[in-house]
Each structure stands twice: as structure tokens, then as C-alpha cells.
Design a protein around this ligand. Sequence first.
Ligand code: HEM
Length: 330
Amino acid sequence: MNLAALFPNEDYRFAMRFERGRPEDFFAPTESGPRLFAERARWLNEAPAHYVAMLPGGEPLLEETLELLRAWPATRAVASPGGASVLASLGTPESSISLETSEFPPGSLSPSEGERAGVRGRLTIPRAAEVQAGASRSPSLLGQTPLARCIELGRKLEPDFLLLKPDAAGVFRLLAGCVCFPSSWSLEEKMGLPLDEIHGVVPGLNTQLARPISGFLAKMAPGISWLRANWGLSRSAELNNHPSRKLPRLDASVRADEVWLRVEWQSLVALPGNAGVLFGIRIEVFSLAQVKQDAAAAEGLRRALQTMPGEMAAYKGIAPARDRIATFLE
Ligand code: HEM
């Protein structure tokens, strides 16, 4: 997907648009790896509770994700400084539910697991010792807590990731994840929530798309990376726009060189062993000058800014700045 494809030749609207790709391509290492890993380590060391979480019931999703990553040559090759495969070093605890060993057929939940998945307020917050464990270079991480394994994966994978699973009523809930580069939302507030509550702050989204989204997630064919993208504008080129950082906001005084287009390239991958979903996110940041090099993208962004409903502009944090930014794009 290129920049112009983010802004089809139409007024702003929500859309369920997906391209098909290979999951191993989305999660594969890129040349940005060293820069991304350094920054991921910084946030995971500084404030892990903001960036990583694991709820009861999330562990099988993490284990199935690790199995997939080990099965794909591109991600198996993600190597530790010692040269051994990082993902191989994560090992597979005997207690985990895997594709081959699951007691539960795809689509089912044990009753207690379903109950636990529905319980809020039982968030596992990383403790310093576990973060240290996640940072260690031990040859085998067998026996580590699920949270420590989640942190370890968060340090080694370039994309952010979220793991969801349907509860006993079939409602997708967020059970685990590591998001070092959030777009002005916080993981800790979303943990355990059903997807429509996660999306509840996006004006009009659920009315239009809650059912299509959950239907899509429930029916995703495995082995495919379902690619989509969201975009936003920021007054900062930083990858990490966590609300706690209180980064500068866009307003009517903004200069063109302070405006950044923030693209979230997203991949949805089925976890058939758990009827779950692996949701990967890569952030790419463009200056307005870069956007303007693509005339179709610049015109599409300008049109989106001018046709977006006011409440959506307010949600995206661009209400006081959007007219001004639109003129920069002319
Ligand atoms: C499958 C189809 C999906 C569609 C069409 C979709 C669509 C959207 C849209 C349009 C936004 C608003 C972004 C913006 O314009 O700035 C959004 C926000 C968001 N979505 Fe989704 N989404 C999907 C799946 C998911 C999944 C699986 C998750 C996993 C938890 C998720 C988590 C979020 C979060 C955390 C936000 C930010 C909410 C906030 O600002 O607090 N989405 N989504």
C-alpha cells in the first residue's frame, strides 16, 4: 500500500479495506531494526506498565504467536547478538496450549478461561524483576512468566502487537500485547476490553463497523496477513505518542514543518489454535514536505481534512489545525 492509497479519491469515511499479504513479510526484520529495538528497549525499561501487558488467558495466544514466528523462515532468522535464534531461545513451556497440543478445538474456550477473559481489573503490571528477566540473555527462557515472555517478544519484534480472543459470548477481547509506539492511546486502559469498547472513543465507528469488524475477525482465513492502515496527524515526529508524554498538540498556530503524517500499517493474522487474532502495527512518519512529493496523496489528505465530520476531527486532535494544514497542502 502506498501513501496515495490511504486517501482514495472520495470524501472522508470509514472503510473496511484489506489487502492480502504474507504474515512472515509483515513481521520480518527490516533495516530499521536496530533503531526500533533501541527505542523499544528504552520505553520498556523506562515505563513498562504503559507499554506491555498480559491478562489471564493471554498466554496461549502468545505461545501460538511464538509458534508462528518460529515457523516462518524470515522471523526465525531474527537473531540475538549471540547469533542464536531469539525466538528459538524463547522455548515452549510444557503448559502452553499450542496448535498441535491444544485440548480445546478451534473456537472453544474452557469455561474458566472464558470467565477470566471477561474479568477486568486483573491486569498484570510488569514488575521490575520481570522486566529484568525479559531483558536477560539467558539461553532458555523456559519457566519465565507469561508477562516476561511477552516483554521479551516486545523487545525482539519490530512491530507492536496485540493479542485478542473471543470470550464465552464470542466477543473479541484484548488479552495481551506490547505497544511501544501508540498513536495517542494507552494500552493499560484498553486491556481486557471488548473491541467495540476499545473503539468506543472513535465517533461513529461502532455504528458503522462494529459488526463487520467482529464478523471479519471471526472468519479470517489463517496463514494470511490481512493488511489495512489508519492515518493521523501529529505535531511530533516521535514514534511513541503515548498520552502520558503530553507531546505538543496541533493548533491554529502550527507551522508546516511541525506537522507529521503518522501512518499505522496494520496486519491481522488468525491464530486458529485459539480462535484468536494477532494484530501487528508498524508506524511510519512522514513530513508534510514528503507527503507533498506525492500529488495524489497531498490532494487526498487535503480532501479528507476538509470533509471529515467535526467530531472525528476533534477525536483525531486536529480540529483547530485542520483548515490551516489543508492550506499547506494546496
Ligand atoms: C479489523 C478492522 C478494524 C478496523 C476497520 C479498525 C478501525 C479503526 C479506526 C478507523 C480507528 C480510528 C483511528 C483514527 O482515525 O485515528 C481505530 C482506532 C483504534 N483501533 Fe481499530 N480497527 C480495526 C481493528 C482493530 C483491532 C483488532 C484492534 C485491537 C485491539 C484495534 C484497536 C484500535 C485502537 C486501540 C484504536 C485507538 C482508539 C483510541 O484512540 O483510544 N482495532 N480503529
